[in-house]
Design a protein around this ligand. Structure first.
Ligand code: HEC
Length: 160
């Protein structure tokens, strides 16, 4: 009698374990397939640029600013000031746009360091490129400031 009950309990346990294992593998299978499908569907429907999540201002920065201010915006000691938090990057966009238009020279202080160098004008860039690059530096290197629009650049360029 006891042995029979034991056997019964044993086979019930076996059955339960068996069923739950089966359920687990089935669940996993269904999940894996559907998330893969979802990811490929999402990628198919996104333009390449958005999928890479790269800000358009990064290309402008790489081409026109990186040699002096460096890829990570830390600049070069005693020569090119940093664009990291505490620099002028968070200043009024009008001031930054003016620097793009006219360049900058003379003695300035950034993050407690004095620079006495020369930055050329970047007025040759389009309103869009200036807005993009300023937005890029204002949201990179640890910065988190409001974007700059092409309209703001246009106004300052035309002296309005
Ligand atoms: C040839 C080197 C050079 C290039 C190229 C250059 N800069 Fe500068 N930048 C400087 C120097 C040098 C200063 C400081 C000028 C001074 O000492 O008066 C400066 C100052 C600045 C400042 C204000 C100070 C600060 O660090 O916050 C900003 C903002 C800035 N640059 C952004 C840019 C952006 C954006 C670009 C690209 C569109 C760019 N610079 C391209 C050399 C450069």
């Amino acid at each position: 009698m006891n042995r029979k009950i034991n056997q019964l309990i044993f086979s019930m346990m076996f059955l339960t374990v068996g069923i739950s294992c089966q359920n687990n593998t089935e669940n996993k299978k269904v999940e894996a397939v559907s998330s893969e499908q979802l990811a490929s569907e999402i990628n198919k429907n996104l333009p390449a640029q958005v999928a890479e999540k790269e800000h358009p201002g990064k290309a402008v920065y790489t081409k026109y600013c990186l040699t002096c201010h460096q890829a990570d915006g830390t600049g070069v000691a005693n020569m090119h000031p940093p664009l990291t938090p505490g620099s002028w990057v968070g200043n009024d966009p009008q001031e930054l746009i003016a620097i793009m238009m006219k360049g900058l020279s003379g003695k300035i202080e950034v993050n407690g360091e004095v620079y006495k160098n020369f930055m050329p004008s970047h007025a040759q860039l389009t309103d869009e490129e200036i807005a993009d690059v300023l937005t890029y530096i204002r949201t990179s290197f640890g910065n988190n400031f409001e974007p700059v629009t092409a309209d703001m650049v246009k106004k300052i360029r035309s002296g309005r």
